[in-house]
Design a protein around this ligand. Sequence first.
Ligand SMILES: C[S@@+](CC[C@H](N)C(=O)[O-])C[C@H]1O[C@@H](n2cnc3c(N)ncnc32)[C@H](O)[C@@H]1O
Length: 247
Amino acid sequence: MSRSVGCIDDVRAFFDEVAEDYRDAHGCSERSLSYRLGILQRLLPERRSGSIVEIGCGTAMHLSSLAEGYDQAIGLDLSPAMIARCEAERLRHPLRERLRFAVDRAEELATQRDGTVDALICVGTFEHILDRPRAAAQIHRVLKPGGTFVCLTPNGAYLWYTHLAPALRLETKHLSTDRFLTSREWIGLLTTAGFDTPAVRSWTFIPRGDMPVLAARLLQILDGLGRRLRIDALRGGLALRAVKPPH
Ligand SMILES: C[S@@+](CC[C@H](N)C(=O)[O-])C[C@H]1O[C@@H](n2cnc3c(N)ncnc32)[C@H](O)[C@@H]1O
């Protein structure tokens, strides 16, 4: 059963509780992390410098690896317990001087000034954000003109979410307020916030932690088919790249 959530304090309490043991719940951590980092590297602008911000950074497993290309890498999260873990890890990081962490909600980004961020990433977090239009507007606000937003998130049109899990009566949400957007919904959200039309593509995401082993095997086969035949409903992840217009 998903955790019933009524307000932002409930979301914060949930992530504070899981922070100590938080890890990738859907597969071989090392391999999936390097797969996701590869996607992020390809979607971020080739010429890197300035600042990169991650919203909902969790333990900063992605940001810590991407920090090398930037002068400053800033991880933001609504959970003080997650940020405390990031701070502890930061002290052991070879680029610790470039890394900075703060408690901050995606809907506010109160720690970031207008038009100051070169690149902003969000991985496995947007689906948990309560006020998505407000978060999209804040992302647009803090990016520099020409700055890039890259997001990895579950695909709301994935066959697992739309048909298979409901037929098997299996829960797909961790929080009752979780919401997986379709590519069409993403395009609407981001263009309304002021971004150029985003590029949306699929990636292999199978929420193995939430399903029986047999279902995961079936979805792995369907994912391969979806990749070859370009059927997005068979692919569990969406990867988005949106640019704030330069003027
Ligand atoms: C599933 S974890 C993903 C963490 C990390 N990005 C990763 O891939 O490992 C989701 C994170 O989003 C954070 N979060 C949820 N809602 C948020 C919000 N409105 N603003 C900022 N962070 C939020 C949670 O505290 C949690 O650390």
